[in-house]
Design a protein around this ligand. Sequence first.
Ligand SMILES: Nc1ncnc2c1ncn2[C@@H]1O[C@H](COP(=O)(O)OP(=O)(O)OP(=O)(O)O)[C@@H](O)[C@H]1O
Ligand SMILES: Nc1nc2c(c(=O)[nH]1)N=C(CO)CN2
Length: 168
Amino acid sequence: MKVVLALGSNVGRRFDTLQGAVDALFDAPGLDFVAVSPVYETDPVGGPPDQRAYLNAVVIGSTMTLGPKAILERALGVEAAFGRVREVRWGPRTLDVDLIMVGDLLSEDPELTLPHPLAHERAFVLVPWSQADPGAVLPGRGSVAGLLADLDQQGVRLRPDLALQPPD
Ligand SMILES: Nc1ncnc2c1ncn2[C@@H]1O[C@H](COP(=O)(O)OP(=O)(O)OP(=O)(O)O)[C@@H](O)[C@H]1O
Ligand SMILES: Nc1nc2c(c(=O)[nH]1)N=C(CO)CN2
């Protein structure tokens, strides 16, 4: 099953945090690395004003053994390991890891909604995802390229000077 995860950081050493997350997500068995997107610097969407810009990226994996809850637990564990401070909704965070999709699974459980309920409207997710996988499809919503055609992408800027490496 294909697994798509979105990474974001707007506090501290943002790029190092993203690379650390890529490494940590694939550290334990069960999830195999497939691809990582370029890094984008993005205007904050929602939350308090005067937040620093985010760095965002998307990482794609594959699993034959893990269920969606196990993948979410891993994602939340990696977030916690980077000391995310969860105070303000949509406020600053050291690391945010969102589970965008797991195969063609659909779930409306608030603990794990699949696909991620806001992914289809977030250019900071869809732009990097389309670069990592040009043929990507968001289950129930259609092609990522098609979704992007209707979205404002001005707040999402490629950082060609920053490149994430595959997990070590
Ligand atoms: N697809 C998903 N990916 C990540 N977390 C999810 C998902 N669906 C539900 N959740 C739940 O959301 C909680 C995380 O909420 P959190 O406050 O981090 O949201 P956020 O990252 O600030 O905002 P957003 O949901 O807009 O990305 C997790 O504890 C998790 O149980
Ligand atoms: N640019 C940007 N804005 C956000 C982000 C993010 O990763 N990037 N994450 C949010 C909550 O998940 C809220 N707003």
